[in-house]
Design a binder for this molecule. Sequence first.
Ligand code: CAA
Length: 246
Amino acid sequence: MKKLALITGSKGGIGSAISSQLVNDGYRVIATYFTGKHQCAQDWFNAKGFTDDQVRLFELDVTNTEQCAQRLAELLQEEGTVDVVVNNAGITRDGTFKKMTASAWKDVIETNLNSVFNVTQPLFAAMCEKGDGRVINISSVNGIKGQFGQTNYSAAKAGMIGFSKALAAEGARSGVTVNVVAPGYTGTPMVEEMKPEVLESIKAQIPMRRLATPEEVAKSVAFLVSDAGAYITGETLSVNGGLHMH
Ligand code: CAA
């Protein structure tokens, strides 16, 4: 019986790489997609050449607490278990704080941080009952060091780290580990949206002088969810090319 891994934001740059990696590692992936985006998700599924045995597309608005509670309870009923949760869905609404609108603040906190509650809460008790489970939260170097123009994003990504340490303390006795992967600047549409001159100046500060690949981030997730990661919990694994060492 394949283990089941639920991945939010699964068709984004990093989410897509994590999905492929875990499929290759023998997991069945529940790939969540945003309300109304079924066709996009189906196109992604087809382009990746997945089969129904490997990936199940699952509509979920990660910002909607009630919908997540209901849909994920149904998922547990249908599938019997969810072994791995990867909270990966995230957005940016960059801007200096003086110019930041309340909606740019709220959208990022809702999507990047409140989603972690919405998605993990309905699944965590079942993992504890089973005595086995993995939660991985995809944070960011910018949640650790803070980034000019990202008060909202840095706050949300830092929040994920505090959340993970607290939940790790709660899950440990039940065999449920909770860890963070904190990518640096990665070759994804999110980073490619940045102004080229800003991105160039950031690249120049990365000791490795290049972006991470999504596959490099995905391999860290694969390690933490594997048997090799069984005794690691409450930890943050940075994958940032040396951009920030702490
Ligand atoms: N530190 C200090 N000052 C800085 C600075 C920095 N890092 N960056 C810019 N400034 C200064 C500028 O020199 C400028 O000063 P003057 O007014 O004296 O010339 C002033 O701040 C305004 O800068 P901008 O021209 O950049 O302002 P803007 O309003 O056009 O743009 C911004 C603001 C959109 C936030 C832009 O600075 C930006 O894109 N910054 C990078 C944000 C970033 O790193 N986003 C990451 C997105 S990808 C991601 O988030 C994935 C991940 O996890 C890594």
